[in-house]
Design a protein around this ligand. Sequence first.
Ligand SMILES: [Zn+2]
Length: 184
Amino acid sequence: MQLPPKSSPSSARFQSKASPIISISPSALTQIRDLSLASREVESGGILVGNNIGRDIHIISASGPGPNAQQSGSHFLRDTNYCREFLSRSYVESGADYVGEWHSHVIDLRQLSGGDLGTLAGIFIDPDYEFLTFAMVLVVVGAGEPELHVYSAERLEGTSRRRRIAITELYSGIFPDGGRRHRC
Ligand SMILES: [Zn+2]
């Protein structure tokens, strides 16, 4: 059954100044939070699927890492085949496309690493994708509440032939209510 892409009013919306708006459905937030908390020793992650609306991004769901992901305390590489299948399934079910990536840090690094920035640059350079904007979600898992960081990456127009991207942190803090399973 084909369902139209929907933007739930209860989605959490993130924006910083003139950045693109990234909205994340409550179920995607819960999935990201639960998978991060289930993996306190090694990093977890996956792909984000949803829709681009102009330069804004609506995230409908998030995949897990997949059975063949490489996961350590300071490194994460998702299972490409697993994520590709997740994307095809999402596309058939809801028309959702590949719009971003998420992963967790289990060490005290509360920002994207050099490797993370390299991954983002690679995605923008890849001629298979023609991204104008892309979402990057980071979860920092420590002893207490997990910390959510939401970034947008945006291609900058310029005269230079080199492709430049702007990476903006739209949010850092606790998960909004949509990402909490239990409320007392
Ligand atoms: Zn990282």
